[in-house]
Design a protein around this ligand. Sequence first.
Ligand SMILES: NC(=O)c1ccc[n+]([C@@H]2O[C@H](COP(=O)([O-])OP(=O)(O)OC[C@H]3O[C@@H](n4cnc5c(N)ncnc54)[C@H](O)[C@@H]3O)[C@@H](O)[C@H]2O)c1
Length: 253
Amino acid sequence: MFSLDSFSLEGKRAIVTGGTRGLCREIAQAYHDLGAQVVLWGRSGGAAEEMGAAGAPVWSVSCDLSQSGQIQRAMEESLEHLGGRLDILVNGAGLQHRAPALEFPEEQWRRIIEVNLTAMFLVSQQAGRLMCAQGSGRIINIASMCSFFGSVRIPAYSASKGGVAQLTKALSNEWAGQGVTVNAIAPGYMATELTRSIQETDPAQYDQITARIPMGRWGRPEDLQGLAVFLASPAAAYISGAVIPLDGGYLGK
Ligand SMILES: NC(=O)c1ccc[n+]([C@@H]2O[C@H](COP(=O)([O-])OP(=O)(O)OC[C@H]3O[C@@H](n4cnc5c(N)ncnc54)[C@H](O)[C@@H]3O)[C@@H](O)[C@H]2O)c1
């Protein structure tokens, strides 16, 4: 008989990069609310205390993902908290810089590719080694609609998110047979710090975007929770290598 147990995360052990704010904070909150132990990776602490008042434990681990040398230490620290097991990894940290391609600074290009793509690979590699040895695991990457189209004035971001979609498939191809699913969520326009500058500096573009979204509104961080829980749960066991839009209908228009 099918039951809600298929969606249970009770007792699961998770790492959420970028989990200290924005979209991934809400994903981490949902995992915590459903009984998972969660380690939040961020550049600063604090969020774990707010989230972990009751229920399963939550920890913060600091890691600047633009410094690849910090990743192994952060993983070791996380696994100490989680008792050496890891069921779920959400690769959510990401950053953005807007400038026309003709003027786009090389330094910003390198930083965005490093955090959005290279760090995602390196964190996944560490998690993948453990999950493949365990014979189970869920990796959920945060992609973007820019995994499908290039947009304008965000060349590094679009290149990185296109890479995230391909990395998701590449890792799935190698690891799905060992019980480790690798999928991506591709959010549409979500109201967070990352997109605040559009509303503030270009209200005309903001209105244009809103008008193109069939649901007529920007996404909210909590809109990601259902899909992030589903992909991490036993119910999603046969889904791997998928890049799933979550965009209020934007891509369909
Ligand atoms: N907001 C949107 O419209 C939107 C749309 C599609 C995809 N996304 C993606 O969702 C993810 C979360 O973005 P958000 O909208 O919540 O923005 P946000 O700016 O609120 O959160 C980004 C997170 O990434 C972390 N981060 C950035 N640079 C880091 C670094 N060097 N080291 C460690 N952590 C770092 C930040 O600390 C923060 O927790 C990102 O991958 C973003 O690309 C956002």
